[in-house]
Design a protein around this ligand. Structure first.
Ligand code: CMC
Length: 384
């Protein structure tokens, strides 16, 4: 017989469990809205920039000119990363997954920041700002290392421009900057997803922000969270042409295969982020000779919506982001680190918010094992 503290309902994967209060962001899955601090993402995409959106998520309001200048100074984007860190990233990327390189880079920085022994709010904020300020250079370093290229240092203090310039080793065009700005804004925060939750669990122990972000990066690495856009692009490339879409998708659905880039646990209507990215995917694909890829995607969307739209299955953000990043010239291996380049703002904002009214995360598991007490046998008396 179980004692009372061994009973309880299991919410597998914590599905449906409300574990924290937030004022940062709202994913409205019924009406297809994504809201940051009361602002629709469409409005922010049209009028704002990534740093301003990050400020909004972290501090709860749009910055004044003075706030913004101070925030940019605190991010200290100009500083970039050290040669040592570039070399560590380069070595790690040659041996392992780019997300392992990102995880190692965050952890390495934490090991050398004396603040990481502190857990007070001011220190956590300072650590969050320095991690975020280093992300454009870290992700760009991973991008270059994947291709075996050396370090590029940009003196730009613009988050998007610095990332693109250090990635490509040239000044990005205004259109490239615009597309990347939009992609980062729409990926900045998205409810209590696995990586955000991981960062919150870690910070709730009063650990430091480097550890929280390392936890978040580790959980974003998994294909169930960060990697669907890579798979979706692979599928589109395999389909090859709009005329093959109907046949291939029908066969996949008959075999009960999931079509990557469709469906969402929260959105049961068109993902608002996918709507925004589709417009850019079309323009970019046309400009860069990937029109066939976009046309194939559009045909796949038509087939999927006609077959599964009634079940609430529509394109999600990952369906068009692969085309966008590929058309910008990125290898699919860097797609998940680019996701992190945006989501660092959400991880930082939500961990920092949680710390203001902290309570250690400590759920229970339902024990289904032997309750005993069993008789302990010395090792030499145990049967094989
Ligand atoms: N392709 C084909 N069928 C699907 C798909 C899909 N992509 N998604 C859901 N379904 C079907 C599913 O087979 C099930 O059918 P039935 O009722 O006959 O059993 C029904 O729709 C409900 O599916 P579910 O898996 O229970 O739905 P869910 O809300 O738990 O799953 C999901 C959401 C994202 C895990 C799922 O849609 C999926 O695996 N999609 C493909 C992977 C993908 O694109 N992931 C990126 C998500 S967006 C990233 C982000 O927001 O961070």
């Amino acid at each position: 017989m179980m004692s009372s503290n061994q009973q309880g309902e299991i919410a597998k994967g914590l599905e449906g469990v409300v574990a924290a209060e937030t004022k940062i962001g709202f994913v409205d899955g019924i009406n297809g809205r994504l809201v940051y601090r009361g602002y629709n993402i469409e409005d922010l995409v049209e009028k704002s920039n990534f740093e301003e959106v990050a400020y909004l998520l972290i501090y709860g309001k749009l910055p004044t000119l003075t706030d913004f200048k101070q925030f940019k100074d605190n991010l200290n984007l100009k500083a970039g990363i050290s040669e040592d860190l570039f070399s560590i990233i380069s070595k790690t990327t040659q041996k392992s997954h780019p997300m392992s390189a990102l995880r190692t880079a965050v952890s390495y920085q934490g090991a050398f920041d004396p603040l990481s022994s502190n857990s007070d709010l001011k220190s956590q904020e300072k650590m969050g700002l320095s991690i975020m300020g280093s992300f454009p250079s870290i992700v760009a370093a991973i991008n270059r290392s994947i291709k075996g290229e050396g370090r590029v240092v940009s003196k730009s203090t613009d988050y998007v421009e610095k990332f693109l310039e250090e990635s490509f080793g040239r000044k990005p065009s205004d259109f490239e900057k615009e597309v990347m700005r939009v992609a980062l804004i729409i990926h900045a925060d998205h409810g209590m997803n696995a990586s955000t939750f991981a960062s919150m669990v870690t910070i709730s122990t009063l650990s430091d922000m480097y550890s929280a972000v390392t936890s978040a990066v580790s959980s974003l690495k998994g294909p169930l969270h960060g990697g669907a856009n890579e798979k979706s692009l692979e599928m589109l490339e395999k389909i090859g042409s709009p005329k093959n879409a109907e046949k291939v998708i029908s066969e996949m659905l008959e075999k009960k295969e999931k079509i990557m880039g469709f469906g969402h646990r929260v959105y049961k209507v068109y993902d608002p982020r996918a709507k925004i990215l589709k417009v850019y995917a079309k323009q970019l694909a046309e400009k860069t000779g990937h029109k066939d890829l976009f046309d194939t995607a559009e045909e796949v969307e038509k087939v999927m919506v006609s077959k599964l739209g009634s079940k609430g299955i529509f394109p999600n953000v990952d369906f068009y982001s692969g085309i966008v990043y590929k058309s910008l010239g990125f290898d699919s291996k860097i797609f998940t680190p680019i996701f992190a380049l945006a989501r660092i703002s959400g991880w930082f904002a939500r961990s920092f918010e949680y710390l203001h009214d902290n309570r250690l995360f400590r759920p229970r598991s339902l024990y289904k094992g032997e309750v005993g007490p069993l008789k302990y046998l010395p090792i030499n008396e145990r049967k094989q």
